[in-house]
Design a protein around this ligand. Structure first.
Ligand code: FAD
Length: 391
């Protein structure tokens, strides 16, 4: 068992049934195959089918559209549980649910009833395509354009680093409908973009970690979309629609960080109790106790910060500072716990036959995705000052 027992995870009382089911699924189905799929960088099609059966593709989609309608706090705990064993699998649902969120929050009634049921069932699977070769943090610098031609838009450009870009079948696609607009964000729009003629996968990108799932470069050449694929039906709203999902996106990444931090702690603590040097288990040496003490504190603090942000989000409160803090702290906790866990394993930590090396390779992504940790600290600081004006 790689996961922490529920009673050590702060929140024993909530969401018991669904979380028990997820924990069992992770232990029975994911844990036995993760090493093989990760090392072979093989897409887990069977896992996708199981996730459809579990309803995970509709986790946060409203029940009226066939989803489970889970709170973001419950969803965060699902992501934590899965990530403690295999973070990649959460990418299959996280960015899919960001696409669904954009439609659920900003779509027209017709768009909601057309797309959300198929997204909830997993019949259509997708993601969020924002980043381009020359624009990530500075999203307003994207170059992809959509030109209106009668009742269609013609889209040209390239997207980069798109999760589910190869295996998924539909994306929320951020483009410029008015490239000359000032301020730049007024010229941006978000489209529902299914795979069809004009949309091709340039290549799957090789990565340090986050293996098995696809991250792709996508090329759009004279890709024609009917005007009813413009989310909300009004041009110029894309930047705000994307920003409207950022808090939740950051809570999701924070949850991955918590999972890795807890997974690394459990692996290290188990190992330290059985590995012996100088006549006793290494967990009885003070140097190892210091590491485990810090790791346990970081993991718990990361969980509490993340659930605090998720609960604020569920109450409908503005939580950009809380989500930024959770994302920043939990991803750094993932990074630190994975390397400390590796040190505790000694040479075996460097072995591909042990799990800790995968957590070490997966952790850095949580510091980059959904806004780098440099940007998080800037957002936290600005928001803190705004909320605390000098007397
Ligand atoms: C595995 C993987 C999966 C991904 N999946 C997706 C996806 O599904 N969809 C998607 O749209 N994108 C995806 N991304 C892209 C990701 O969101 C971007 O990489 C991220 O936003 C950072 O952008 P960038 O890489 O262009 O870095 P840049 O923006 O070029 O930043 C480079 C460095 O400069 C710093 N920096 C930039 N601007 C400032 C500033 N104003 N002040 C201080 N520091 C600054 C950054 O913090 C960073 O350290 C993925 C990336 C990876 C690696």
């Amino acid at each position: 068992m790689t996961q922490m027992p529920r009673e050590n995870r702060v929140d024993a009382d909530e969401d018991g049934q669904i979380l028990d089911m997820i924990d069992r699924w992770v232990a029975r189905e994911l844990k036995p195959i993760v090493k093989e799929y990760d090392h072979e960088d093989r897409y887990p099609h069977g896992v996708v089918e199981q996730m459809k059966e579990l309803g995970l593709f509709g986790s946060t989609i409203a029940p009226q559209y066939g989803g489970l309608g889970l709170s973001s706090a419950t969803y965060a705990k699902i992501v934590m549980s899965i990530s403690s064993v295999w973070m990649s699998v959460t990418g299959i649902i996280n960015s899919h649910l960001m696409l669904a969120l954009a439609i659920q929050k900003f779509g027209t009634p017709e768009q909601k009833s057309k797309w959300l049921p198929k997204l909830a069932s997993g019949e259509i699977r997708g993601g969020l395509a924002l980043t381009e070769p020359d624009a990530g943090t500075d999203l307003q610098g994207i170059r992809m354009t959509a030109r209106c031609e009668g009742d269609h838009y013609v889209i040209n450009g390239t997207k980069m680093w798109i999760t589910n870009g190869a295996e998924g079948s539909c994306l929320a696609l951020l483009v410029k409908t008015n490239p000359g607009a000032q301020p730049r964000y007024n010229g941006m729009s978000l489209f529902i973009a299914p795979k069809q003629e004009g949309f091709s996968v340039g290549r799957k990108l090789p990565k340090l970690g986050y293996k098995a799932i696809d991250t792709a470069e996508l090329v759009f050449e004279n890709y024609r979309l009917p005007a009813d694929h413009l989310i909300g039906g009004v041009e110029g709203q894309g930047f705000f629609q994307v920003a409207g999902g950022l808090e939740l996106g950051r809570i999701n990444v924070a949850s991955r960080g918590v999972g890795i931090a807890e997974g690394a702690l459990k692996l290290a603590s188990d190992y330290a109790q059985v590995r012996r040097t100088f006549g006793k288990p290494i967990c009885e040496h003070q140097a190892i106790q210091l590491k485990l003490g810090e790791m346990a504190t970081r993991a718990r603090a990361a969980r509490l910060l993340t659930l605090d942000a998720a609960r604020a989000f569920d109450r409908g409160e503005r939580c950009d500072m809380e989500a930024g803090m959770a994302k920043y702290f939990a991803s750094e906790a993932a990074l630190e716990n994975s390397i400390e866990g590796m040190r505790i394993h000694g040479a075996y930590g460097y072995s591909k036959e042990f799990d800790i090396e995968r957590l070490y390779r997966d952790a850095p992504l949580t510091c980059i995705g959904e806004g780098t940790n440099e940007m998080q600290r800037i957002i936290i600081s600005k928001q803190f000052i705004k909320r605390n004006p000098a007397a």
